[in-house]
Design a protein around this ligand. Structure first.
Ligand code: APR
Length: 234
């Protein structure tokens, strides 16, 4: 089976009702990004950052995977599918994707401040508390104070190397729903081997090299079109 590697951004979850970052009305219009998603911001006001991610967790549990997420799972019948996502939501996993690599962390997880290898899943880790989806600066899990398991701006992206390896081994590479604004994620496009077909699904696509096959559509419609194309020659 051919290896199909799919890199997704916030647009992948837009049809599930999760706000993107840079579209009109996006998250970064409402919140100053460096206050709520940077290492300096966390040092300056950790309580604000706990609140920001608590709010996003409460929104996420009300959201459902969309037809685009499900179309990616469907392709697992014909390809070895690997998802690399900039998204911190768990919608790919909840749709049934089995190989998901998060570049920017995971919203439903927190980790010990003093030992980044100690990662805890919510709500399980706070079961029995008044609000098991929310943390504060005073939250303690197994004796450790915690922080969101999110890669803040100004922090390293530990999963980038494994992501590059996946892209270098891809027989087909697909990019869905990202403005290609944020590095190193945006650079993945340039790691495909020569001759490997690249597709980009986005209703308002960023400029990409001429050899990229752009499908100007939303994730669900675009994935339906892409599946038709790929299943002609699985
Ligand atoms: N289907 C597919 N794509 C869509 C849809 C949709 N229904 N609606 C919007 N889009 C596209 C937009 O056209 C845009 O290209 O999704 C993209 C969203 O871009 P951003 O908001 O910049 O999100 P993203 O590229 O994922 O941001 C990257 O920036 O702030 C950081 O860590 C954050 O992971 C995020 C990173």
């Amino acid at each position: 089976m051919k290896k199909l590697v799919i890199s997704t951004g916030a647009g992948m979850s837009a049809e599930s009702g999760i706000a993107t970052f840079r579209d009109a009305g996006g998250l970064w219009e409402k919140y100053p990004v460096m206050d709520v998603a940077s290492a300096d911001g966390f040092a300056r006001n950790p309580a604000l950052i706990h609140r920001f991610y608590n709010e996003r967790r409460h929104d996420l549990v009300k959201a459902q995977p969309n037809a685009g997420h499900r179309a990616i799972v469907e392709l697992e019948k014909h390809f070895q599918v690997y998802v690399i996502t900039q998204n911190v939501d768990d919608l790919h996993e909840r749709a049934g994707s089995r190989n998901v690599l998060h570049l920017h962390g995971e919203l439903m997880k927190v980790r010990a401040l003093d030992d980044e290898s100690r990662v805890y899943s919510l709500p399980q880790a706070l079961e029995g508390s008044e609000d098991p989806l929310s943390t504060t600066v005073d939250t303690v899990i197994q004796g450790h104070h915690v922080r969101p398991h999110i890669v803040f701006f100004q922090e390293a992206v530990p999963n980038f190397e494994p992501a590059v390896q996946l892209v270098e081994e891809a027989d087909i590479f697909v990019v869905i729903g990202t403005s290609l604004n944020v590095y190193p994620a945006a650079a993945l496009l340039h790691y495909v081997r020569r001759g490997v077909p690249v597709y980009y699904i986005d209703p308002n696509p960023a400029s990409v090299p001429a050899n990229v096959h752009v499908i100007r559509a939303g994730a669900s419609e675009g994935m339906a079109e892409l599946s038709r194309i790929l299943l002609q020659n699985p």
